[in-house]
Every structure is written in C-alpha cells, then in structure tokens.
Write a protein that binds this ligand. Structure first.
Ligand SMILES: [Ca+2]
Length: 264
C-alpha cells in the first residue's frame, strides 16, 4: 500500500504505540537491534513491496501504478537483470517463491499472479477477498498479510486460504503488517510506517520478538521527501544466513545481524 494520508499514518503509529510493543510494560518480548554487515545499492525508483532471495539473486516486486515491476536483481551491484512490467492499472504488492513459481499480489484488485521463476512468464492468476500486502512461504504454506493483524495461510498448490491467524503482542493485536519473510521458522513482518519488524510464531500469531531498525537509514538519508519511503522489504539467504532489509524508494539495502538489546 502506499499513499494513504498522513492522518492514517499517524493513527497507525498511535495504534502501534497503544499495543505497547516496545515499552517497559512489555519486557517479556525480546527486542533486537542490529549491526550492519554490508551495505548494497538499491534502486531508489523501486517502491519495494516484496523481496526474497533465491540462488544468489534477489527478487523484488514493486508498487505504484505504472511502476509495478517484478525484478531479478544482482545483490552486489543492484543491477536489474530481468524485469516484468505489471499492467499499468495494477498496484503491485508482495511476492514469494513457491516451488519454481513466483506468486505475487496486487493491493486492491483482489487477484494475484503466478509467474515462472526463470522466464517471468505469466502462468495464471488467482483470487482472494482481502487487500494484498505481503507474502512469504515455507515448505508447507504461503503466508499473506493484508494490512491488518491477520495473516492468511494459503495452500501452496491452490493458493486458497486454509486458515488464518491473528498476530498479537502480549495479547494485543498488531496492525499494519506488511512485507513478510520466513526466517529460521519465524515469520518476520514489517510493520508499515514504522522501523519495526515483528518476529511472529506462525503457529499461533504470537509476537516472540521485535526488531527495532531505528537509525538504519535515517529519513534525511533516504534521498526523498516522500512519506512513503518507509522500511519495507526483508529477504533471507538461509544458506549463508544473510538477512537483507531495505525500504520503499531507499537508495540502499543492508545485510544486518540482529543484536539482542536490553528491553526498555
Ligand atoms: Ca520477503
């Protein structure tokens, strides 16, 4: 999602604060900071909505009308190696790999695409009833966010919803869940409009950790005055245990190591 008014953005942050993610009352949930291992270039035209890693390459899906792409990107240089343009009336959203296919969402069109991973050829479409925000997958399921605390759990073959979970921290719903990634059995979720990533137990929706990326790329270093240039985009290279993060319209992408912090 993208260009919602500032008032809604502020509401989102207020709602998040109300769920007391990071305050002293929430000492039971661990908080993680970060150490930057590497910094890479990232296309500042890319309105990042989906990001995943496969066989040495990053795959990225982007949003905005007329600028919604699916891309294969060289990690080290940021060079676009392959690109598929989505129709101009489509606002692209999250994406993930399922077998040898890339599944991607649209924001409000209530259908998604299935592409061949190698050729980016469109193989089919599928439908869903909610907005589409983020996607991730593991060997068993596809996980889909819709901007609410709900994660839809889809059958990887049919892409039909099997069940859903509500993401909560200390029993309180966590709204605005956006880009997703499965990392060592946990579902990581960007919380839209914030510098936070929730670490979620996918079996029950419980937040088991918070990642606070404040200061990773301060607003004044994002190279744009756009309020849409928020943290979004998580990709995991399981083989080398590299955790990539970036943001919409950010000029940089980072490989970070998580560092446990003393809870405040
Ligand atoms: Ca991802």
């Amino acid at each position: 999602m993208s260009t919602l008014p500032l008032v809604r953005r502020l509401f989102a942050l207020t709602a998040l604060a109300a769920c007391c993610c990071l305050n002293a009352a929430n000492a039971a949930i661990p908080v993680y900071g970060f150490m930057v291992k590497h910094t890479y270039p990232h296309d500042p035209q890319a309105f990042t909505q989906g990001l995943f890693f496969k066989d040495g390459y990053l795959f990225e899906s982007t949003g905005q009308y007329g600028r919604s792409w699916l891309r294969k990107v060289d990690v080290n240089t940021g060079k676009v190696l392959q690109q598929k343009d989505l129709p101009k009336d489509i606002f692209g959203e999250g994406s993930t790999l399922v077998g040898d296919e890339i599944v991607s969402l649209t924001w409000t069109s209530k259908y998604g695409f299935v592409f061949d991973q190698k050729t980016f050829t469109l193989k089919r479409k599928f439908t869903y009833d909610s907005e589409g925000w983020g996607l991730a997958s593991d060997a068993s399921y596809v996980y889909m966010s819709d901007g609410s605390p709900t994660i839809h759990i889809l059958d990887p073959k049919t892409l039909r919803e099997q069940r859903r979970i509500q993401v909560t921290a200390d029993g309180k719903p966590v709204p605005q869940l956006n880009e997703l990634e499965m990392v060592e059995g946990e579902l990581f979720a960007n919380v839209w409009g914030t510098d936070l990533i929730a670490r979620i137990d996918p079996s029950n929706g419980n937040v088991v950790g918070w990642i606070d990326l404040s200061g990773l790329l301060p607003v004044e270093k994002r190279g744009t005055s756009s309020a849409d240039a928020v943290l979004n985009g998580i990709a995991y290279d399981a083989k080398h245990k590299r955790l990539f993060v970036t943001g919409k319209l950010w000029p940089k992408m980072f490989d970070i190591e998580l560092v446990r912090m003393q809870n405040r």
